[in-house]
Design a binder for this molecule. Sequence first.
Ligand SMILES: [Zn+2]
Ligand SMILES: [Zn+2]
Length: 343
Amino acid sequence: MKAAVLVAPRTFRVETVDDPSAGAGEVLVRVAGAGICGTDYRIWTGERQVRHPLIPGHEFIGDVVGVGPGVTRVAAGDRVAVEPNWGCGVCDLCRAGMENLCLARTAVGIDRDGGFAEMAVLPERACWPAPAGLASDVLLFAEPLAVVMRAVERAAPQPGETAAVIGTGTLGLLALQVLTLRGCRVLVVGRTDRRLGLARELGARATIAGAGEPVADAARRFAGRDGVDLVIETAGTAAAVELALGQVGVVRPGGRVVLTGLPHDPARIEFFWIVRREIDIRGSMIYRDEFGQAVSLLTQGRLRVDALLTHRFSLTAIDAALAAHRDPASIKVAIFPGARPVE
Ligand SMILES: [Zn+2]
Ligand SMILES: [Zn+2]
């Protein structure tokens, strides 16, 4: 099969490698599409260390072409979304149901070969069957949507509450829609007017670009009180975390702030204001039971994901796809290994 093999930082080789095969309890999947996210980019640059050679790619979907002995959950011909993380199953965290926090977690496309290839092998438990008729362009969002569904759950939204979503990437624009389905009025905070226009099309009641006092003012006006009830931070930058939690913040006293973007740089937070306002800060790490729920929500067709898939590439154009991921005009970039080269 053909695969995009990362042989060293910033060096992909698209080459023919041995076809993988499914052992006991494993499933062989022909990859139909694989999204690119910030984690893939950090793996490519070498900021996130992995073994080389590695076939990255963790946000992918495909069709089952073979199963090993003992597999009952899926069969050849099934369309599946791949849940690319699982815990060790034996540590205290896993046994307490906190597999997303397991220190010995396995991540597909990071610890083992992933979806930037024509085929991939996965344990049965990672394969979530989806209706045959569900479009690839929709099912591709299962993984980021699972991240968002956990973040929203962590925020415990009540119908009629006000929420701010920080960030207008894939996670932010999905969080906006899930919060709206949960009955919240949502303010979206972003950086570019074009993206904020899309947020309004997708249901944002208000949007604002910028940082600091003007954004906090906008949040107070939007909420009609001293800030919004809850915030979901998806941008993963220090500036975004400071906006969520800083002295000039958007959340009301007694409100909840869920952080699900992964900030790699330290943020300057004055904790005096966290105490004084009794702000509830909650981290949200990938997902626990949310993956199947994400597949169901996409199946119901209640989310608009068509506008989020902005760039499509063949496997041979992997470098161009990574460049597109960094382009501010892109939202979700995906590789379609079955496609003929489009570059
Ligand atoms: Zn990702
Ligand atoms: Zn564990």
